[in-house]
Design a protein. Structure first.
Length: 341
């Protein structure tokens, strides 16, 4: 028996806010500002809330469409399947955030989608539910984007060191130059945060745009999509403000000690890769890009980064798909046992 459409709508929107909250709690896009000590953490959080809402509404449409329609066949987008994806992703993101681990929201959602696809194949005698071409596009983005983040970060810092950092004379001149980089860093943080919100909001509400069930609200309507993006943006902002400080500190201060010029190079490379992907509608991991940009900065400077922290983050990335996939399958089985439609 199918759930009442109005009740289902409320449940789906509520869970979308929960997953958006989890995304915001795991948002480390402003970590380099925290790591450089440029702005106090409380002001970073307030700025992040505003930027997340604007970025979600302004830039979130293309990625939402990719996640909503390009990964699962229409018959696998019913209420139990969508609920399983949202619930499994929400649980994983919030638990990771409480541990201060920055994980990929995109990978979390895709793990949930794969779990649904596997469950669908099991109960439908091997019938495929996945558009593998859509996954190919997403996986290519995962592979290429961190490599670009690393090398672009190396290139930008090389240019900064060769043509800018050699000009100031004396300690006062260096301090003044770093102050200029601080202003540039704030500008880059704004662009990165807008791009990150536009890319990540698709993980919170994008899967709803492909929903095939009966609801009093058409998730495919452009005006409704705008409302969904606004809801997602508010949820991401709230998650960042309430739980995000632990992840920001872990990434910003525990991997590499950064000056404003370092942070500027890291954020600029992240901005270039992330904004390009967002405009192209590619759901990629802003977390992975940022971490590899930070590592790239340490390579060009011949400084050591905190390998222990990076290993912990990499392990959490490696566990993302297996955990969300298994959780999604289990939740599917539970939902169909309770609500066999």
């Amino acid at each position: 028996m199918s759930m009442d459409p109005t009740v289902l709508l409320i449940v789906l929107l509520t869970l979308s806010v929960v997953i958006a909250f989890g995304i915001g709690a795991n948002d480390e896009s402003m970590a380099s500002v925290v790591g450089s000590g440029a702005i106090k953490l409380k002001y970073v959080l307030i700025l992040g809330v505003v930027l997340n809402i604007i970025g979600a509404v302004w830039l979130g449409g293309a990625v939402s469409g990719t996640l909503g329609n390009d990964l699962l066949i229409s018959t696998a987008r019913g209420e139990n399947y969508i609920l399983a994806i949202i619930i499994s992703t929400s649980i994983f993101l919030i638990l990771s955030s409480t541990k201060g681990l920055p994980v990929s929201t995109t990978v979390s959602v895709v793990g949930g989608v794969l779990g649904v696809g596997i469950y669908y194949m099991i109960v439908n005698n091997g019938v495929n539910a996945v558009y593998w071409s859509g996954f190919t596009e997403v996986v290519l983005g995962w592979v290429i984007s961190p490599i670009l983040g690393l090398f672009v970060s190396i290139g930008i810092y090389w240019l900064i060191r060769k043509f800018i950092l050699t000009r100031p004379k004396g300690l006062r001149g260096i301090e003044k130059m770093e102050q200029y980089f601080l202003f540039g860093l704030i500008g880059m943080v704004i662009v990165v945060s807008l791009s990150r919100a536009g890319n990540d909001v698709g993980n919170a509400v994008g899967i709803l745009t492909g929903f095939t069930g009966s609801l009093p609200m058409n998730f495919a309507d452009q005006n409704v999509i705008t409302i969904l993006l606004l809801i997602g943006g508010v949820g991401i902002g709230c998650g960042l403000f309430v739980l995000g400080r632990k992840v920001l500190k872990n990434v910003g201060k525990n991997i590499l000690s950064m000056r404003p010029s370092d942070a500027f190079a890291v954020q600029t490379s992240t901005m270039i890769v992330l904004l390009s992907a967002t405009l192209l509608g590619l759901p990629i991991s802003g977390t992975v890009i940022l971490i590899f940009a930070i590592i790239g900065n340490s390579i060009i400077k011949h400084t050591r980064f905190n390998k222990k922290t990076v290993k912990k983050i990499i392990y959490s990335w490696g566990l993302t798909i297996p955990i969300t996939l298994a959780a999604s399958i289990g939740i599917c089985a539970l939902l169909f046992a309770v609500n066999p439609i």
